[in-house]
Design a protein around this ligand. Structure first.
Ligand code: M6R
Length: 607
């Protein structure tokens, strides 16, 4: 959701920041712009995709060795060129690009207009350059600090000033920003993949930081009082190519096919021949024994990962385990005290609602545990304990490998809690542990069925209504499968607990709809089979995700993908894979823009 890029060095800056923006495209955006410093500041902006901006730049590109750039995902004001960032003060010499929301922008705007300011856009961001100008008396750092004292909201922002040309400023509050350091040059970005082609030495900004970025050096101060901060850069060991498509047509397909490896990485060192070891979570026996209630909280796919494990956790741990959407949890005054464990699940670790849920839980005295992919993210830094899902950079907006890594990590965490609390015997622990270890090869086996799924997708693409049905854990998988299909193929897809069909939705079932039946839970198979019969009786066709040798159920399916057998609680990790592929192929055959679906963003850093 919005991307910031910046460069200061000795090379031409604009091609570098444009390349960085390209690497941030996965965050989602609807307009883009660049500002280059060369005596004056020149701004070039365009609505639409980066190629529109690139077309303008190929006719007339500003030169200079300092530039900032931005991809905008519209919040205040439409996705137009006028509203694209960067924005400038009236003299055109102080220029700002910003991610986040300035909550008190209306008051600030009014007061600036009273001072005679005229605004060129409808954005909240534009108050920033005018406010900085109001406080500018020859020092851009002081002016920015003064401006930020008057701002309420969230921001990652970058500022350049034509009168102080050897400096880029960056400040963060509730929105991510990272700085890359190299010999004689520095880079700024919203996310690490945009830095990787240039450097592995990365300084991660924290809330309240203000960075003074010069060629090859950075100093940090606290925005509030100007006091210096010392922080060492971290060395990022991701391979630069792992953030790129690696030969696949889309990032989504690459992510799907990476799942055997990401699952292995999620398990590595945690389940070994010596048993389970999750000491990295910081959760020890006394803290585990004190838990009386657990909430699993996340948004979208991360919420679905919580749904998959909740009933298993509750059955083993014998405490209530509730799964909640973060945007609901944060506003409903849930019962939380110091015997509550709140597990926050997130790929990015920057989702605004999930962070708000974390802060609410902490304030109420709960122990908070992040299950998160992005190292150094806000969630990972603010939670009491962290379990990294270790899925690597996920570029496609639709989450796939991050989800299976979340489910595997949460399964481990549930086992760890049960072991610490003495609620699981050795035999059961080893049975599940052994099943976990073969999951990666079972996923690899499933991926070989991609051609069959592609063939089914070619027939299914003409349909526009899909009902995903399942019971128990299969219902949790159905919800994630429906989300995948709708977000990238724009087909109407809806998940239902199979037993609910006859309570209303059956009225919509005709030969023009498809039912996707998820049927991995042996104990519920017969019940599901009856529900599927009710659907086929109304003429709908069935795509089944089923175990081998499933008898009568197999006969009901027009298309059928067989999922290898595993422990019932781990079956969701396998069952989702054909549904990810189905969504991908339907979207591809329909010609949809897969990696960046319309209206969506990778990282939802606003409410
Ligand atoms: O980064 P997070 O895991 O916190 O993101 C949560 C959701 O926005 C995310 O899972 C979203 O639902 C995915 N795009 C779905 O594929």
């Amino acid at each position: 959701m919005c991307g910031i890029a910046g460069y200061i060095g000795s090379r031409e800056a604009v091609p570098i920041v444009m390349d960085q923006l390209k690497r941030l495209e996965y965050r989602g955006y609807d307009s883009a712009g660049v500002a280059a410093l060369d005596g004056d500041v020149t701004i070039v902006k365009s609505e639409g995709k980066l190629r529109s901006l690139q077309d303008l730049l190929s006719v007339d590109s500003p030169s200079g060795s300092v530039a900032i750039a931005h991809t905008r995902w519209a919040t205040h004001g439409g996705p137009t060129t006028r509203n694209a960032h960067p924005h400038a003060d009236q003299l055109g010499r102080i220029v700002v690009a910003h991610n986040g929301i300035i909550e008190n922008y209306a008051d600030l705007r009014r007061s600036l207009m009273d001072d005679g300011c005229t605004f060129a856009s409808e954005t909240d961001t534009e108050v920033l350059p005018h406010l900085i100008r109001r406080h500018y008396q020859g020092c851009i750092v002081t002016a920015l600090r003064e401006a930020l004292r008057r701002v309420r909201g969230s921001y990652a922002l970058t500022v350049v000033c034509a009168d102080e040309p050897d400096l880029i400023l960056a400040a963060r509050h509730d929105s991510p920003l990272v700085i890359g350091l190299a010999e004689g040059e520095s880079f700024l970005a919203s996310d690490i993949p945009a830095l990787l082609p240039y450097t592995r030495s990365v300084l991660i900004l924290e809330d309240g930081d203000l960075a003074l970025i010069r060629r090859g050096s950075v100093s940090l101060i606290r925005t509030a009082d100007g006091s210096p901060i010392h922080r060492d850069p971290v060395q990022v060991d991701w391979d630069a190519t792992s953030a790129e498509k690696g030969g696949f047509e889309h990032f989504m397909l690459k992510d799907i096919f990476e799942q055997p490896e990401t699952l292995r990485t999620a398990l590595r060192g945690r389940w070994t021949d010596a048993g389970l070891n999750l000491t990295e979570t910081g959760l020890a026996a006394a803290a585990a024994a004190a838990i009386r209630r657990i909430y699993l909280v996340g948004c979208g796919t991360a919420y679905h990962a919580g749904l998959v494990v909740a009933s298993t956790w509750e059955r083993r741990l014998r405490v209530p385990v509730t799964v909640e959407v973060a945007s609901e949890f944060r506003y409903r005054e849930p019962a939380i005290d110091d015997t509550t464990l709140v597990v926050l699940i997130s790929q990015s670790g920057e989702t605004a609602d999930t962070l708000a849920a974390l802060r609410l839980a902490s304030a109420a005295g709960a122990r908070t545990q992040a299950v998160v992919n992005v190292v150094g993210s806000t969630l990972s830094r603010e939670a009491d304990g962290v379990l990294y899902t270790q899925a690597g950079p996920e570029i496609c907006v639709a989450s796939t490998k991050a989800y299976t890594a979340q489910v595997a990590s949460l399964s481990l965490l549930g086992l760890w809690l049960a072991e610490l609390r003495g609620q699981i015997g050795d035999a059961e622990l080893h049975r599940i542990g052994d099943a976990l270890q073969v999951l990666p090869s079972q996923v690899a086996e499933l991926l070989q069925q991609a051609p069959a799924i592609e063939a089914a997708a070619a027939e299914l693409e003409r349909f526009h209504d899909f009902f995903f049905v399942g019971r128990g854990l299969d219902y949790a998988v159905a919800q994630e499968g429906a989300l995948k299909l709708k977000e990238i193929s724009y087909r109407h897809s809806e998940a239902l607990a199979a037993g609910e069909m006859k309570h209303g939705t059956l009225a919509l079932v005709t030969p023009e709809v498809v039912a996707i039946a998820v049927a991995t839970q042996e104990a519920l198979r017969e019940k599901l089979q009856s529900n599927i019969r009710e659907v086929t009786a109304r003429g709908a066709q069935i795509f089944g995700v089923v175990p081998p040798d499933c008898g009568e159920l197999a006969e009901l399916c027009r298309w059928r993908i067989e999922v290898p057998r595993t422990e019932p609680e781990l079956a969701p990790v396998l069952a989702i894979v054909p549904l990810q592929l189905l969504a991908y192929y339907v979207a591809r055959i329909a010609g949809c823009e897969i990696d960046q679906p319309r209206n969506l963003a990778k990282s939802v850093t606003v409410e």
